[in-house]
Design a protein around this ligand. Structure first.
Ligand SMILES: [Zn+2]
Ligand SMILES: [Zn+2]
Length: 427
Protein backbone atom coordinates (compact mmCIF):
# COMPACT_ATOMS: atom_id res chain seq x y z
CA UNK A 1 0.00 0.00 0.00
CA UNK A 2 1.35 3.43 -0.93
CA UNK A 3 0.33 6.18 1.41
CA UNK A 4 0.27 9.69 0.03
CA UNK A 5 0.09 12.92 2.01
CA UNK A 6 -0.92 16.23 0.44
CA UNK A 7 -2.72 19.44 1.42
CA UNK A 8 -6.33 19.81 0.29
CA UNK A 9 -6.45 22.22 -2.67
CA UNK A 10 -9.73 23.60 -1.36
CA UNK A 11 -9.32 24.02 2.39
CA UNK A 12 -5.65 23.18 3.00
CA UNK A 13 -6.32 20.35 5.46
CA UNK A 14 -3.90 17.46 5.32
CA UNK A 15 -5.15 14.58 3.18
CA UNK A 16 -3.76 11.10 3.67
CA UNK A 17 -4.57 8.85 0.75
CA UNK A 18 -3.98 5.35 -0.49
CA UNK A 19 -2.70 5.18 -4.06
CA UNK A 20 -5.34 2.63 -5.03
CA UNK A 21 -8.29 4.90 -4.26
CA UNK A 22 -9.57 8.38 -4.93
CA UNK A 23 -7.87 11.16 -2.97
CA UNK A 24 -10.45 13.29 -1.21
CA UNK A 25 -10.79 15.64 1.75
CA UNK A 26 -12.79 14.55 4.77
CA UNK A 27 -12.83 18.12 6.11
CA UNK A 28 -14.52 19.84 3.17
CA UNK A 29 -15.62 16.98 0.87
CA UNK A 30 -13.26 18.10 -1.90
CA UNK A 31 -13.26 15.47 -4.71
CA UNK A 32 -15.61 13.24 -2.75
CA UNK A 33 -17.47 12.14 -5.87
CA UNK A 34 -15.36 12.66 -9.02
CA UNK A 35 -17.30 10.07 -10.99
CA UNK A 36 -20.71 11.44 -10.32
CA UNK A 37 -22.91 10.30 -13.18
CA UNK A 38 -24.57 13.00 -15.19
CA UNK A 39 -28.11 13.71 -14.06
CA UNK A 40 -30.86 13.41 -16.59
CA UNK A 41 -31.83 16.89 -17.65
CA UNK A 42 -35.25 18.13 -18.56
CA UNK A 43 -38.19 19.29 -16.55
CA UNK A 44 -39.73 15.83 -16.23
CA UNK A 45 -36.57 14.15 -14.87
CA UNK A 46 -36.07 17.02 -12.41
CA UNK A 47 -39.64 16.80 -11.19
CA UNK A 48 -39.29 13.04 -10.75
CA UNK A 49 -36.15 13.49 -8.68
CA UNK A 50 -37.77 16.13 -6.52
CA UNK A 51 -40.78 13.90 -5.99
CA UNK A 52 -38.58 10.92 -5.11
CA UNK A 53 -36.64 12.99 -2.58
CA UNK A 54 -39.85 14.29 -1.00
CA UNK A 55 -41.31 10.80 -0.67
CA UNK A 56 -38.07 9.31 0.65
CA UNK A 57 -37.63 11.94 3.33
CA UNK A 58 -41.29 11.92 4.34
CA UNK A 59 -41.30 8.13 4.71
CA UNK A 60 -38.20 8.30 6.87
CA UNK A 61 -39.78 11.02 9.02
CA UNK A 62 -42.90 8.86 9.44
CA UNK A 63 -40.73 5.98 10.59
CA UNK A 64 -38.84 8.24 12.98
CA UNK A 65 -42.06 9.22 14.74
CA UNK A 66 -43.06 5.61 15.25
CA UNK A 67 -45.03 5.07 12.05
CA UNK A 68 -45.39 1.44 11.06
CA UNK A 69 -45.18 1.99 7.32
CA UNK A 70 -47.53 -0.85 6.63
CA UNK A 71 -48.14 -1.36 2.98
CA UNK A 72 -51.61 0.05 2.52
CA UNK A 73 -54.05 0.90 -0.17
CA UNK A 74 -53.52 4.63 -0.41
CA UNK A 75 -55.05 6.73 -3.16
CA UNK A 76 -52.03 6.49 -5.44
CA UNK A 77 -52.05 2.70 -5.28
CA UNK A 78 -55.73 2.62 -6.20
CA UNK A 79 -55.08 5.04 -9.08
CA UNK A 80 -52.13 2.98 -10.30
CA UNK A 81 -54.28 -0.14 -10.42
CA UNK A 82 -57.00 1.84 -12.22
CA UNK A 83 -54.53 3.04 -14.87
CA UNK A 84 -53.23 -0.51 -15.26
CA UNK A 85 -56.78 -1.81 -15.74
CA UNK A 86 -57.36 0.77 -18.49
CA UNK A 87 -54.23 -0.51 -20.23
CA UNK A 88 -55.48 -4.09 -20.01
CA UNK A 89 -58.98 -2.99 -21.13
CA UNK A 90 -57.38 -1.62 -24.32
CA UNK A 91 -55.90 -5.04 -24.99
CA UNK A 92 -59.28 -6.70 -24.41
CA UNK A 93 -60.97 -4.19 -26.72
CA UNK A 94 -58.43 -4.82 -29.50
CA UNK A 95 -58.86 -8.57 -29.18
CA UNK A 96 -62.66 -8.31 -29.14
CA UNK A 97 -62.52 -6.04 -32.20
CA UNK A 98 -60.35 -8.60 -33.95
CA UNK A 99 -62.83 -11.37 -33.23
CA UNK A 100 -65.73 -9.17 -34.41
CA UNK A 101 -64.01 -8.43 -37.75
CA UNK A 102 -63.13 -12.08 -38.22
CA UNK A 103 -66.65 -13.30 -37.56
CA UNK A 104 -68.36 -10.58 -39.64
CA UNK A 105 -65.98 -10.75 -42.55
CA UNK A 106 -65.29 -14.47 -42.57
CA UNK A 107 -63.97 -15.48 -45.97
CA UNK A 108 -63.74 -11.83 -47.11
CA UNK A 109 -61.57 -8.73 -46.68
CA UNK A 110 -62.72 -8.29 -43.08
CA UNK A 111 -60.36 -11.06 -42.13
CA UNK A 112 -57.33 -8.82 -42.65
CA UNK A 113 -58.10 -6.21 -39.97
CA UNK A 114 -59.46 -9.04 -37.83
CA UNK A 115 -56.20 -10.97 -37.94
CA UNK A 116 -54.19 -7.77 -37.43
CA UNK A 117 -56.14 -6.74 -34.32
CA UNK A 118 -55.98 -10.26 -32.89
CA UNK A 119 -52.21 -10.38 -33.38
CA UNK A 120 -51.87 -6.93 -31.79
CA UNK A 121 -54.00 -7.92 -28.81
CA UNK A 122 -52.02 -11.12 -28.39
CA UNK A 123 -48.71 -9.26 -28.34
CA UNK A 124 -50.04 -6.89 -25.68
CA UNK A 125 -51.53 -9.57 -23.42
CA UNK A 126 -50.54 -9.49 -19.74
CA UNK A 127 -47.34 -11.46 -19.82
CA UNK A 128 -46.11 -13.38 -16.82
CA UNK A 129 -42.45 -13.84 -16.07
CA UNK A 130 -40.84 -17.14 -16.86
CA UNK A 131 -37.76 -18.86 -15.51
CA UNK A 132 -34.60 -17.70 -17.28
CA UNK A 133 -33.14 -20.19 -19.72
CA UNK A 134 -29.49 -19.20 -19.82
CA UNK A 135 -28.64 -19.16 -16.12
CA UNK A 136 -28.28 -21.99 -13.62
CA UNK A 137 -31.66 -22.66 -11.98
CA UNK A 138 -31.59 -24.50 -8.66
CA UNK A 139 -34.55 -26.53 -7.44
CA UNK A 140 -35.10 -27.75 -3.95
CA UNK A 141 -33.44 -31.09 -4.67
CA UNK A 142 -30.31 -29.38 -6.07
CA UNK A 143 -29.68 -27.24 -3.00
CA UNK A 144 -31.63 -28.57 -0.01
CA UNK A 145 -29.59 -26.63 2.54
CA UNK A 146 -29.89 -23.27 0.75
CA UNK A 147 -33.64 -23.78 0.38
CA UNK A 148 -33.92 -24.77 4.06
CA UNK A 149 -32.13 -21.58 5.09
CA UNK A 150 -34.37 -19.51 2.81
CA UNK A 151 -37.44 -21.24 4.27
CA UNK A 152 -36.30 -20.48 7.78
CA UNK A 153 -35.71 -16.82 6.97
CA UNK A 154 -39.07 -16.65 5.16
CA UNK A 155 -40.84 -18.10 8.20
CA UNK A 156 -39.42 -15.36 10.42
CA UNK A 157 -40.44 -12.79 7.80
CA UNK A 158 -43.96 -14.22 7.91
CA UNK A 159 -44.16 -15.73 4.45
CA UNK A 160 -43.29 -18.92 2.58
CA UNK A 161 -40.00 -19.72 0.84
CA UNK A 162 -39.24 -19.79 -2.87
CA UNK A 163 -39.73 -22.45 -5.57
CA UNK A 164 -36.58 -21.79 -7.57
CA UNK A 165 -33.26 -20.01 -7.11
CA UNK A 166 -31.32 -18.58 -10.03
CA UNK A 167 -27.66 -17.73 -9.68
CA UNK A 168 -26.27 -14.99 -11.91
CA UNK A 169 -23.37 -12.54 -12.25
CA UNK A 170 -25.08 -9.37 -11.00
CA UNK A 171 -23.89 -7.52 -7.92
CA UNK A 172 -27.43 -7.73 -6.63
CA UNK A 173 -30.23 -10.00 -5.54
CA UNK A 174 -33.94 -9.88 -6.32
CA UNK A 175 -37.23 -11.73 -6.08
CA UNK A 176 -40.16 -12.03 -8.46
CA UNK A 177 -43.09 -14.27 -9.22
CA UNK A 178 -43.28 -16.44 -12.29
CA UNK A 179 -45.85 -18.53 -14.07
CA UNK A 180 -49.60 -18.55 -13.82
CA UNK A 181 -49.59 -20.04 -10.34
CA UNK A 182 -47.45 -17.25 -8.95
CA UNK A 183 -44.44 -19.36 -8.06
CA UNK A 184 -41.55 -17.61 -6.41
CA UNK A 185 -38.09 -17.03 -7.81
CA UNK A 186 -35.07 -15.73 -5.91
CA UNK A 187 -32.14 -14.48 -7.95
CA UNK A 188 -28.79 -14.39 -6.19
CA UNK A 189 -25.94 -12.49 -7.80
CA UNK A 190 -22.78 -14.40 -6.95
CA UNK A 191 -20.50 -11.30 -6.89
CA UNK A 192 -22.66 -10.10 -3.99
CA UNK A 193 -23.38 -13.42 -2.27
CA UNK A 194 -19.74 -14.51 -2.27
CA UNK A 195 -18.41 -11.43 -0.51
CA UNK A 196 -20.95 -11.51 2.34
CA UNK A 197 -20.43 -13.18 5.69
CA UNK A 198 -22.92 -15.93 6.60
CA UNK A 199 -24.83 -13.56 8.86
CA UNK A 200 -24.97 -10.87 6.16
CA UNK A 201 -26.31 -13.49 3.75
CA UNK A 202 -29.16 -14.14 6.15
CA UNK A 203 -29.88 -10.41 6.20
CA UNK A 204 -29.86 -10.41 2.40
CA UNK A 205 -32.31 -13.32 2.26
CA UNK A 206 -34.41 -11.48 4.85
CA UNK A 207 -34.52 -8.36 2.69
CA UNK A 208 -35.61 -10.36 -0.35
CA UNK A 209 -38.25 -12.37 1.55
CA UNK A 210 -39.39 -9.04 2.96
CA UNK A 211 -40.39 -8.00 -0.55
CA UNK A 212 -42.90 -10.88 -0.68
CA UNK A 213 -44.42 -9.70 2.60
CA UNK A 214 -44.83 -6.09 1.56
CA UNK A 215 -46.39 -6.37 -1.85
CA UNK A 216 -44.86 -3.65 -3.94
CA UNK A 217 -47.52 -2.35 -6.37
CA UNK A 218 -45.08 -1.75 -9.21
CA UNK A 219 -44.21 -5.42 -9.38
CA UNK A 220 -47.68 -6.71 -8.56
CA UNK A 221 -49.65 -8.78 -11.03
CA UNK A 222 -51.97 -6.07 -12.38
CA UNK A 223 -49.57 -3.12 -12.52
CA UNK A 224 -46.47 -5.18 -13.37
CA UNK A 225 -48.09 -6.72 -16.45
CA UNK A 226 -49.50 -3.32 -17.50
CA UNK A 227 -45.94 -1.97 -17.43
CA UNK A 228 -44.85 -4.67 -19.82
CA UNK A 229 -47.79 -4.01 -22.18
CA UNK A 230 -46.99 -0.29 -22.18
CA UNK A 231 -43.37 -1.00 -23.04
CA UNK A 232 -44.57 -3.07 -26.00
CA UNK A 233 -46.81 -0.15 -27.06
CA UNK A 234 -43.85 2.19 -26.80
CA UNK A 235 -41.81 -0.15 -28.98
CA UNK A 236 -44.53 -0.13 -31.66
CA UNK A 237 -44.43 3.65 -31.89
CA UNK A 238 -40.64 3.92 -32.10
CA UNK A 239 -39.75 6.20 -35.03
CA UNK A 240 -38.92 4.28 -38.18
CA UNK A 241 -35.38 4.81 -39.48
CA UNK A 242 -35.40 6.73 -42.73
CA UNK A 243 -33.15 5.66 -45.55
CA UNK A 244 -32.06 8.88 -47.36
CA UNK A 245 -31.68 7.06 -50.71
CA UNK A 246 -35.07 5.45 -50.50
CA UNK A 247 -37.96 6.76 -52.55
CA UNK A 248 -40.43 5.86 -49.83
CA UNK A 249 -38.77 8.47 -47.57
CA UNK A 250 -41.91 10.58 -47.62
CA UNK A 251 -43.96 7.66 -46.40
CA UNK A 252 -41.72 6.96 -43.40
CA UNK A 253 -41.74 10.67 -42.64
CA UNK A 254 -45.54 10.69 -42.51
CA UNK A 255 -45.54 7.50 -40.45
CA UNK A 256 -43.10 9.00 -37.96
CA UNK A 257 -45.23 12.13 -37.70
CA UNK A 258 -48.29 9.99 -37.02
CA UNK A 259 -46.37 8.14 -34.32
CA UNK A 260 -45.38 11.25 -32.36
CA UNK A 261 -48.64 11.72 -30.50
CA UNK A 262 -49.29 8.07 -29.53
CA UNK A 263 -45.68 7.72 -28.44
CA UNK A 264 -45.92 10.77 -26.19
CA UNK A 265 -49.18 9.41 -24.84
CA UNK A 266 -47.65 6.03 -23.96
CA UNK A 267 -44.66 7.74 -22.37
CA UNK A 268 -47.04 9.95 -20.42
CA UNK A 269 -48.93 6.95 -19.04
CA UNK A 270 -45.64 5.27 -18.08
CA UNK A 271 -44.56 8.42 -16.25
CA UNK A 272 -47.88 8.65 -14.43
CA UNK A 273 -47.59 5.00 -13.34
CA UNK A 274 -44.03 5.66 -12.17
CA UNK A 275 -45.20 8.57 -10.06
CA UNK A 276 -48.11 6.64 -8.60
CA UNK A 277 -46.04 3.62 -7.60
CA UNK A 278 -42.97 5.52 -6.42
CA UNK A 279 -44.01 5.83 -2.82
CA UNK A 280 -44.99 2.17 -2.60
CA UNK A 281 -41.66 1.11 -4.11
CA UNK A 282 -39.65 3.18 -1.67
CA UNK A 283 -41.72 2.03 1.25
CA UNK A 284 -41.22 -1.58 0.17
CA UNK A 285 -37.45 -1.06 0.36
CA UNK A 286 -37.58 0.38 3.87
CA UNK A 287 -39.86 -2.45 4.97
CA UNK A 288 -37.63 -5.08 3.39
CA UNK A 289 -34.66 -3.59 5.26
CA UNK A 290 -36.58 -4.00 8.48
CA UNK A 291 -37.17 -7.66 7.75
CA UNK A 292 -33.44 -7.97 6.97
CA UNK A 293 -32.69 -6.60 10.44
CA UNK A 294 -35.26 -8.83 12.11
CA UNK A 295 -33.93 -12.00 10.52
CA UNK A 296 -30.19 -11.36 10.26
CA UNK A 297 -29.80 -8.66 12.98
CA UNK A 298 -29.62 -4.90 12.61
CA UNK A 299 -25.86 -5.10 12.54
CA UNK A 300 -25.78 -7.55 9.62
CA UNK A 301 -28.36 -5.46 7.76
CA UNK A 302 -26.19 -2.34 8.17
CA UNK A 303 -23.10 -4.24 7.00
CA UNK A 304 -25.05 -5.50 4.01
CA UNK A 305 -25.83 -1.91 3.09
CA UNK A 306 -22.15 -1.03 3.29
CA UNK A 307 -21.48 -3.84 0.85
CA UNK A 308 -23.99 -2.41 -1.58
CA UNK A 309 -22.14 0.90 -1.36
CA UNK A 310 -18.87 -0.63 -2.45
CA UNK A 311 -20.52 -2.68 -5.17
CA UNK A 312 -18.68 -0.63 -7.79
CA UNK A 313 -15.38 -1.85 -6.36
CA UNK A 314 -16.49 -5.43 -7.01
CA UNK A 315 -17.17 -4.57 -10.65
CA UNK A 316 -13.69 -3.00 -10.89
CA UNK A 317 -12.07 -6.18 -9.53
CA UNK A 318 -14.01 -8.44 -11.89
CA UNK A 319 -13.17 -6.25 -14.88
CA UNK A 320 -9.50 -6.30 -13.90
CA UNK A 321 -9.52 -10.10 -13.83
CA UNK A 322 -11.28 -10.23 -17.20
CA UNK A 323 -8.64 -7.90 -18.68
CA UNK A 324 -5.85 -9.93 -17.18
CA UNK A 325 -7.28 -13.01 -18.86
CA UNK A 326 -7.77 -11.15 -22.17
CA UNK A 327 -4.14 -9.90 -22.19
CA UNK A 328 -3.01 -13.40 -23.00
CA UNK A 329 -5.18 -13.58 -26.09
CA UNK A 330 -7.97 -16.03 -26.79
CA UNK A 331 -5.91 -18.90 -25.46
CA UNK A 332 -5.28 -17.04 -22.23
CA UNK A 333 -8.97 -16.40 -21.92
CA UNK A 334 -9.73 -20.05 -22.33
CA UNK A 335 -7.06 -21.01 -19.84
CA UNK A 336 -8.31 -18.45 -17.38
CA UNK A 337 -11.83 -19.75 -17.85
CA UNK A 338 -10.57 -23.19 -16.99
CA UNK A 339 -8.79 -21.77 -13.96
CA UNK A 340 -11.86 -20.20 -12.46
CA UNK A 341 -11.17 -21.53 -9.01
CA UNK A 342 -10.27 -18.72 -6.78
CA UNK A 343 -12.13 -15.88 -8.52
CA UNK A 344 -14.66 -15.61 -5.71
CA UNK A 345 -12.05 -15.86 -2.99
CA UNK A 346 -10.02 -13.19 -4.75
CA UNK A 347 -13.07 -10.92 -5.00
CA UNK A 348 -13.90 -11.35 -1.32
CA UNK A 349 -10.31 -10.59 -0.30
CA UNK A 350 -10.22 -7.52 -2.56
CA UNK A 351 -13.41 -6.07 -1.11
CA UNK A 352 -12.33 -6.82 2.44
CA UNK A 353 -9.22 -4.73 1.80
CA UNK A 354 -11.19 -1.57 0.87
CA UNK A 355 -10.13 0.78 3.69
CA UNK A 356 -12.53 2.68 5.91
CA UNK A 357 -11.70 6.10 4.39
CA UNK A 358 -12.78 4.82 0.96
CA UNK A 359 -16.00 3.40 2.40
CA UNK A 360 -16.67 6.73 4.07
CA UNK A 361 -16.10 8.52 0.77
CA UNK A 362 -18.59 6.25 -0.97
CA UNK A 363 -21.11 6.83 1.82
CA UNK A 364 -20.76 10.62 1.44
CA UNK A 365 -20.88 10.41 -2.35
CA UNK A 366 -24.05 8.36 -2.08
CA UNK A 367 -25.62 10.95 0.21
CA UNK A 368 -24.66 13.73 -2.22
CA UNK A 369 -26.08 11.87 -5.19
CA UNK A 370 -29.27 11.21 -3.34
CA UNK A 371 -32.01 10.31 -5.75
CA UNK A 372 -30.16 11.34 -8.87
CA UNK A 373 -29.36 7.81 -9.97
CA UNK A 374 -32.32 5.65 -9.04
CA UNK A 375 -35.64 7.01 -7.90
CA UNK A 376 -37.27 3.73 -6.90
CA UNK A 377 -34.74 2.87 -4.21
CA UNK A 378 -34.33 5.29 -1.35
CA UNK A 379 -30.69 6.42 -1.26
CA UNK A 380 -28.50 4.20 0.91
CA UNK A 381 -27.81 6.85 3.55
CA UNK A 382 -31.56 7.18 4.22
CA UNK A 383 -31.94 3.38 4.42
CA UNK A 384 -28.98 3.37 6.80
CA UNK A 385 -30.63 6.05 8.94
CA UNK A 386 -33.87 4.11 8.90
CA UNK A 387 -32.20 1.01 10.29
CA UNK A 388 -30.75 3.03 13.15
CA UNK A 389 -34.20 4.09 14.34
CA UNK A 390 -35.29 2.18 17.43
CA UNK A 391 -33.47 -0.59 19.21
CA UNK A 392 -31.01 -2.81 17.41
CA UNK A 393 -32.52 -6.22 16.68
CA UNK A 394 -30.70 -9.46 17.51
CA UNK A 395 -30.54 -12.13 14.80
CA UNK A 396 -33.59 -14.43 14.62
CA UNK A 397 -31.73 -16.80 12.32
CA UNK A 398 -28.15 -17.54 13.27
CA UNK A 399 -25.45 -18.60 10.83
CA UNK A 400 -24.04 -22.06 11.28
CA UNK A 401 -20.62 -23.04 9.86
CA UNK A 402 -21.65 -26.55 8.91
CA UNK A 403 -24.67 -25.33 7.05
CA UNK A 404 -22.64 -22.63 5.30
CA UNK A 405 -20.16 -25.24 4.12
CA UNK A 406 -22.94 -27.37 2.71
CA UNK A 407 -24.48 -24.38 0.94
CA UNK A 408 -21.13 -23.55 -0.67
CA UNK A 409 -20.93 -27.15 -1.87
CA UNK A 410 -24.44 -26.95 -3.29
CA UNK A 411 -23.46 -23.79 -5.15
CA UNK A 412 -20.15 -25.15 -6.44
CA UNK A 413 -21.36 -25.92 -9.98
CA UNK A 414 -23.01 -22.51 -10.25
CA UNK A 415 -19.90 -20.81 -8.82
CA UNK A 416 -17.71 -22.35 -11.51
CA UNK A 417 -20.24 -21.71 -14.26
CA UNK A 418 -20.74 -18.03 -13.42
CA UNK A 419 -17.01 -17.42 -12.88
CA UNK A 420 -16.23 -19.02 -16.23
CA UNK A 421 -18.93 -16.98 -17.92
CA UNK A 422 -17.54 -13.74 -16.47
CA UNK A 423 -13.95 -14.49 -17.50
CA UNK A 424 -14.98 -15.62 -20.95
CA UNK A 425 -17.57 -13.00 -21.87
CA UNK A 426 -16.26 -10.04 -19.91
CA UNK A 427 -17.87 -7.99 -17.21
ZN1 LIG B 1 -10.57 20.16 2.16
ZN1 LIG C 1 -35.08 -4.48 -2.20
Amino acid sequence: MTETVQPCPQCGAEIRGDGRFTTWCAACDWNVDPERPEEKQGRLAKAQRAQARRHGERLLAELGTGGTLHARWDSSTVLAVAVALVVHAMTVALTAGGIWFLVRGWGGMGMIPGAFLLALGWSLRPRLHRLPEDEPVLRRADAPELFALTDEVARVAGTRGVDAIVVDAEINASVRSYGIRGRRLLTLGLPLWEVLTPQQRIALLGHEMGHYVNGDTRHGLVVGTAYRSLITWHYYFEPVDRDPLDDTGALTLILNLLYVVPRLLVRGVLTVLDGLTLRASQRAEYLADRVAARTGSTRAALELMDHLLIADSAAVTLRREVNRAALNGPRGRRQAADRTDGLWELLAADLASVPEHERERLRRAGALRGHSVDATHPPTHLRHACLLIGEAAPPAVVADDDRERRITEELSTARTKVARQILRDGY
